[in-house]
Design a protein around this ligand. Structure first.
Ligand code: URP
Ligand code: ZN
Ligand code: ZN
Length: 459
């Protein structure tokens, strides 16, 4: 059915104007100050509301075998949560183990997504690089999965050697794909963890001390050096601190093609949450860790100045009961991750736009447009223009409410933001012209989501 969205304030990464949008088929077909409904079109009154392009979360984990367990969401719960929160495209990390074959792993990850109600694609994890992996990665890029993911952390699990890092970046350069990277020095993390545990420092409050900012910045600097030597384009995922930003800025000044992602937990939470008593802090254990509050103003400034391109979630949901509890006697066994795919957009709007830290254009750019541009989805996604997919978020800035585990769609037994107030939320969310969420409820169809294929763009 056609959709006519009338009188909304249309906000893109560069524009701000009032107009009508007509969606037919799966695309935006007309934008004008005043449009008449076509036969049978649903008309949505967007007066007093914003119309944003569908938001893109470029870093989520839905299916993730990790630290002796599995992340909690499926595409049923995860895509419903994303949509209710205004995210219409997910980019999931496909994270095979060292033993898995890349092509088989991609098929496995794809098989988990058939229920998706939102569109999705993958960053292809490289956890082993040899001749066979190399030819499979070429095939994967040919299939339209045009970005890689590497881990410099998680020794003995996903982490790659320096030779594998060099080979992956060299292949990426040749193929024109960007490499996303988790940057922490795995040797230092392992040594510091061992030291702390031996000293009897076993609670979640010690997690941050086992992976201090310098350890993250060393990983970033390491990646920058390899990017400089190979000419590959790189993207630092979940950047948490000033030292890492400085390392990227310095590398950029030397000509390295590097981009920065931060995630909503670093902009809104801090280390004090992981110090909460009675093991409550385990809910806030992720890697890199939540930092001293002093880092937050640097992250907001980095976002404002566009040194940081994207705000993702690194959504990685593990129940408190039975999963986080695996590390009750030893913080190194707490599954790492904080769920937030449902809350990212509302938190960024509330704490960014409403608090005057970022303007509406930066908000859209960081939560949608930059991810589309960097990962080969633009202008199909990430903007509002004729010909783009009709992924739209009609956003009500007058809504006031609270985040709670009681009302969330994410399939996890706690909210890291329990009781937090939000100022605004999506009123209507469409994916390729289909209404999938209204006023905090999923009203769409599971399985409507499409796997998005992408061309290499980083030559
Ligand atoms: O703590 C985190 N970040 N968990 C998910 C895995 C990863 O490193 O992205
Ligand atoms: Zn990571
Ligand atoms: Zn992640």
């Amino acid at each position: 059915m056609a959709l006519l969205i009338k009188g909304g304030r249309i906000i893109t990464a560069s524009d701000d104007y009032v107009g009508d949008i007509l969606c037919e088929g799966e695309c935006i077909t007309q934008i004008a100050p005043q449009l008449e409904p076509v036969d049978g079109a649903e008309v949505i009154d967007a007066a007093g509301k914003y119309v944003f392009p569908g938001f893109i979360d470029p870093h989520v984990h839905i299916y993730l075998p990790f630290m002796g367990t599995y992340s909690k969401d499926t595409y049923d719960s995860g895509s419903r949560a994303a949509l209710v929160g205004g995210t219409t495209t997910l980019i999931e990390m496909c994270c095979p183990s060292r033993q898995e074959e890349p092509l088989e792993a991609l098929e496995l990850w794809k098989s988990k997504a058939t229920d998706s109600a939102c569109d999705y694609t993958y960053h292809m994890g490289v956890s082993r690089f040899d001749e066979s992996a190399s030819s499979q990665l070429r095939e994967i890029v040919n299939q339209g999965i045009a970005s890689f993911k590497i881990f410099l952390a998680y020794k003995g699990a996903f982490g790659v050697t320096d030779q594998e890092l060099f080979d992956t970046l060299s292949l990426a350069k040749e193929l024109g794909v960007i490499v996303t990277a988790h940057c922490e020095n795995e040797t230092l993390v392992a040594a510091l963890q061992q030291q702390l545990v031996a000293e009897g420092r076993t609670g979640p409050e010690w997690h941050e001390r086992s992976r201090p900012t310098r350890v993250e910045a060393e990983g970033v600097h390491h990646l920058m050096t390899f990017a400089e030597m190979t000419g590959a384009h790189v993207y630092c995922v979940h950047t948490s601190c000033r030292e890492s930003l400085e390392a990227v800025e310095a590398a950029r000044m030397r000509g390295t093609r590097a981009w920065v992602e931060t995630v909503i937990p670093y902009l809104t939470l801090d280390r004090t949450y992981s110090e909460l008593p009675d093991f409550e802090g385990a809910k806030y254990v992720m890697s890199p860790p939540l930092r001293d509050p002093i880092h937050k103003p640097y992250l907001w400034a980095g976002l404002r100045s566009r040194l940081i391109s994207t705000v993702a979630t690194d959504h990685a949901p593990f129940d408190f009961s039975g999963q986080k509890e695996m590390g009750r006697d030893n913080f190194t066994l707490i599954p790492n991750g904080i769920p937030s795919v449902e809350d990212r957009v509302n938190l960024l709007y509330t704490h960014g736009v409403c608090q005057g830290r970022i303007d509406l254009q930066t908000f859209v750019d960081a939560a949608s447009t930059q991810a589309a541009r960097l990962f080969g989805l633009y202008p199909r996604k990430g903007t509002i223009q004729v010909g783009s997919d009709a992924d739209l978020v009609i956003y009500d800035p007058d809504y006031r409410g609270k985040i709670s585990v009681e009302t969330q769609n994410m399939d996890v037994d706690y909210s890291a933001y329990e009781g937090w107030e939000i100022e605004g939320r999506p009123s209507v969310v469409t994916v390729r012209g289909q209404v999938q969420a209204r006023e905090g409820e999923f009203v769409g169809t599971l399985g409507q989501g499409k796997l998005l294929t992408r061309e290499p763009t980083h030559f």
